[in-house]
Design a protein around this ligand. Structure first.
Ligand code: G3D
Ligand code: MG
Length: 337
């Protein structure tokens, strides 16, 4: 396979400019983990072997996991944090992964749109299709209000054309089953030995519920590792359109904490649509929160309530369907009135 390395290098240069001083390095890596191209945030135009070697050593442990998720098909984008760096991994077509390494102090959110765009362009380069290496400035700082209005309009239009994907987040205490719920929904599997990982994993899932008459795409953000949680909590919870509040029906404390989760989420994303989920109903003998309690809490918060088991899969699809319906109501129907 021969790829246009000149164009790739030009693209990385543009990307570097867009991201700015927080960029440590960026890499294009193939499926086997080999570095195809790289660029560092420093002034030098090209990167020597040594730096590439150092950077790929940095990336390798994470890449192993990414490659695994890659093959399972659930991987779209992921971020990972270490003490010193923040990583953004984007799938760049079937051949490559685009890796961005940022300084630890950098915010990931502003970089995401550029990373997505660059990854898409890289996929095209790999495909041998024509593509401009130029990365346009995506967000202007001035006139925020009018931009927000524009974005809102754009969102609605995109829902109609079924291109827009909603950011979905999960709230609830550790170990209530948030990750399991998502994995069950995305891959329809329940991995018993699923180990919590650092950072955020981001999964794409399109809901084709026929009876809804419309597709809804979710970008599901799952935050792992409670220690990492505080630091990234704000940007994790912000700008979300959909959310699931989860408690464990065998753990009353997790039920009692839902109110706090609700407040924090509403604070970060005031326009979010939420549902309440009581999980682990397969553990019948250990049940500590009654169905009525769940209903009562949901009513108090003005949400729909559903009970699930990520282990057996019971009601998992229905939970997401409930949320998809809320999205359709809010973004599609209001547009048509
Ligand atoms: P979290 O993402 O909210 O922190 P996880 O929770 O999804 O990591 O799940 C925490 C533990 O609960 C895991 O057990 C997981 O297997 C288990 N779990 C999740 N959902 C269910 C469920 O519906 N029923 C049962 N019985 N168990 C569930 P381990 O032992 O792997 O830590
Ligand atoms: Mg989790």
């Amino acid at each position: 396979m021969s790829i246009d390395t000149k164009k790739l290098q030009a693209l990385l240069q543009w990307y570097k400019q867009s991201v700015g001083e927080n960029l440590v390095a960026t890499l294009v890596v193939n499926r086997e983990g080999l570095v195809i191209d790289a660029l560092t945030g420093s002034e030098e135009e090209s990167v020597d072997e040594e730096i590439i070697g150092g950077v790929s050593a940095l990336v390798e442990p994470v890449l192993t996991r990414i490659t695994k998720e890659f093959s399972s098909g659930s991987f779209g984008t992921g971020t990972f944090d270490t003490e010193e760096y923040r990583f953004i991994f984007c799938e760049a077509g079937p051949e490559a992964v685009f890796v961005t390494i940022l300084k630890a102090i950098a915010g990931v959110d502003p970089v995401f749109p550029y990373a997505y765009l660059a990854a898409e362009k890289i996929a095209r380069i790999f495909d041998g299709r024509t593509v401009s290496p130029v990365i346009p400035k995506l967000i202007a700082n001035d006139n925020v209000k009018s931009i927000e209005r524009k974005i809102e309009k754009l969102q609605k239009l995109k829902v109609k054309s079924e291109e827009y994907a909603f950011k979905l987040i999960l709230g609830g205490d550790g170990a209530v089953g948030k990750t399991s719920l998502v994995h069950r929904f995305v891959e329809n599997s329940f991995a018993k030995d699923y180990k919590s990982t650092i950072g955020t994993s981001i999964m794409k899932k399109e809901c084709n519920f026929k009876e809804l008459g419309s597709n809804v795409r979710f970008i599901i953000w799952d935050l792992a590792g409670q220690s990492q949680f505080k630091r990234v909590r704000k940007s994790y919870l912000a700008n979300a359109e959909a959310g699931i509040l989860v408690y464990d029906v065998t753990n009353h404390q997790s039920y009692d904490n839902i109110g706090n989760w609700h407040d924090e989420i509403i604070n970060a994303s005031p326009n979010i649509s939420l549902i309440l989920v009581g999980n682990k109903i397969d553990l019948k003998d250990e049940r500590d929160v009654k169905l009525q309690e769940g209903n009562k809490l949901a009513e108090k918060l003005g949400l729909s309530y559903i009970e699930t088991s990520a282990k057996t899969g019971e009601n998992i699809n229905d939970a997401f369907k409930m949320l998809a319906l809320l999205m359709i109501k809010k973004y599609v129907i209001t547009e048509e009135v």
